[in-house]
Design a protein around this ligand. Structure first.
Ligand code: ADP
Length: 482
């Protein structure tokens, strides 16, 4: 078995094909040979029977009651028989096996072949056939035929022994022909099968070669897809789909790294530029404090960006939800609201919370299986954006709803709203829409929300408010915690 595993697929398939083909051929030829031998033997016995009738008719009983036997009977009427008449040995026996008459050529070992079972069959059916082998190995067919001789009280039995040389010869010729043709066919099928297998497996060779050549720098290349609609085509298409996905993910990784380094470079360049200007001359107290204020702002945005990147990297790399725990979502939401209350009051934005549709009928708090830290980040980003993109003296409504097994959190503001067609795009990494110049930010906040939702098999989306003022951001989650 191990030996076969070491062979190439091409050779293994060829051997399998040849083995099955040979097996079928051998079974078919054996059946053919067997059937042919049976027909020949039946034909032979029928001829022997006819010959026995002819011989029986030519026998006579003389005036003393002795059987008269014409030795010339052996060359009977020039009829054609499938055995040589010159070598047929004829004997007439009585039921006790005593020889009553015999042909001149009859030799010792063919004298009396009558035994009890043969006698029983002859008396019952009129004739019996058997085989015998001469001392020199020649095979003979023997017929015992019940003679219809009426003048003698006890029945007589005619025994004829004929060689089966010609029939055996024909059978052996046929056998040789079959063996020879099977050998030639096996040899031919090995060569033809090997060639065909090679052709059939050629696309696999090409696919392997091309796959080996593909590296990060030529991820756009694809393996050849054969025209035939078979498993190899499916394999090639699957590899191409895999390459497509790899290519897309490499591209997005590359974009991410470029964007991240660009975002990191901007505040650093500002800090460097301001430092150089500041160093070049003596500055007043006021200028110093403005400078420090600006430095602090840039450093804040750097810290925020680095934090966002770290959170994204963490969410992207989570393979199992090991940090999931039964959490009171309303508490997480309230914590984030209180963290942002200072920012809201600075801008004079009021934060309204509504949990009416969230609590259970008995007033208890449903617990949900989530990563409380990441869900906290999601709520923080939603509410921070709502404050950030709102005008002063407006409201932000935060609502938690529970409907059967689903929890929905809504954050609705009266701010600048979302431009039509941007609802999905704003969740992309580093996408900042029109807010680029007006507000500080990295464009990662909503992307983090999307990744956190995905990690929890949840959904995030945004829509413009019906009255045309502001936008509402949603987060929907299946309540797996019951
Ligand atoms: P950032 O706020 O740092 O720009 P986000 O990923 O949080 O990044 O948001 C992406 C973009 O989505 C924002 O730049 C802004 O254009 C838009 N956006 C987010 N929240 C709101 C909101 N509440 N109202 C209007 N636009 C918003």
């Amino acid at each position: 078995m191990n030996f076969f595993k070491k062979l190439s697929l091409k050779l293994r398939l060829t051997l399998l094909f040849v083995f099955l083909f040979t097996l079928l051929l051998a079974i078919f030829n054996y059946s053919l040979y067997h059937e042919y031998s049976k027909i020949r033997s039946t034909e032979f016995d029928a001829n022997l029977y006819n010959y026995a009738i002819d011989v029986a008719e030519s026998l006579d009983i003389d005036s003393y009651g002795e059987v008269e036997f014409d030795p010339g009977i052996i060359k009977l009427n020039e009829k054609m028989f499938p055995f040589s008449l010159g070598k047929s040995f004829i004997t007439v026996l009585d039921v006790n096996g005593k020889i009553v008459a015999h042909s001149q050529n009859t030799i010792g070992d063919t004298n009396n072949l009558l035994n009890e079972s043969v006698l029983f069959r002859v008396l019952k059916k009129g004739a019996s056939y058997s085989d015998m082998q001469g001392l020199d190995g020649t095979r003979f067919r023997v017929i015992h035929y019940l003679l219809p001789v009426l003048k003698i009280d006890s029945p007589l039995i005619l025994q004829i022994v004929v060689p089966t040389i010609s029939m055996d010869q024909t059978k052996s010729n046929l056998k040789q022909f079959i063996i020879m043709s099977i050998s030639i066919i096996i040899l031919l099928s090995i060569f033809i099968g090997y060639g065909f297998m090679g052709r059939a497996l050629l696309p696999i060779v090409e696919i392997t070669k091309k796959t080996n050549q593909i590296e990060v720098k030529n991820l756009k290349d694809r393996v050849p897809v054969p025209m035939s609609k078979d498993e190899i085509r499916n394999l090639a298409m699957t590899i191409n789909h895999l390459l497509e996905r790899l290519d897309l993910s490499f591209e997005s990784q590359e974009r991410f790294v470029q964007n991240a380094s660009h975002q990191l470079k901007t505040p650093l360049a500002i800090i460097k530029g301001e430092l150089e200007i500041f160093r070049s001359d003596k500055r007043s107290e006021l200028e110093l404090s403005r400078f420090l204020e600006s430095m602090a702002q840039e450093i804040d945005s750097l810290v925020k960006l680095t934090n966002d990147l770290l959170i994204l990297a963490r969410v992207d790399n989570v393979e199992n939800h090991s940090s999931l725990s039964m959490t009171a979502i309303d508490e997480v939401l309230l914590t984030q609201v209180s963290r942002l209350s200072k920012l809201a009051s600075k801008k004079n934005v009021s934060l309204n919370i509504n949990f009416d549709e969230f609590y259970l009928n008995d007033g208890s708090n449903p617990l949900i299986n989530v990563d409380s830290e990441l869900i906290g980040v999601l709520f923080f980003n939603y509410i921070e954006n709502a404050i950030k993109y709102s005008e002063a003296e407006t409201c932000v409504d935060i609502k938690a709803k529970r409907c059967e097994q689903e929890i929905t959190i809504e954050v609705k503001d009266q701010g600048m709203g979302i431009r039509p067609g941007q609802e999905e795009k704003i969740f992309d990494r580093f996408y900042r829409g029109d807010s680029n110049h007006r507000t500080q930010g990295s464009g990662l906040g909503l992307a983090i929300c999307k990744a956190v939702a995905k990690l929890h098999d949840g959904e995030v989306w945004a829509s413009r408010n019906i009255d045309g003022v502001g936008a509402t951001f949603y987060f929907k989650l299946k309540n797996k915690g019951g």
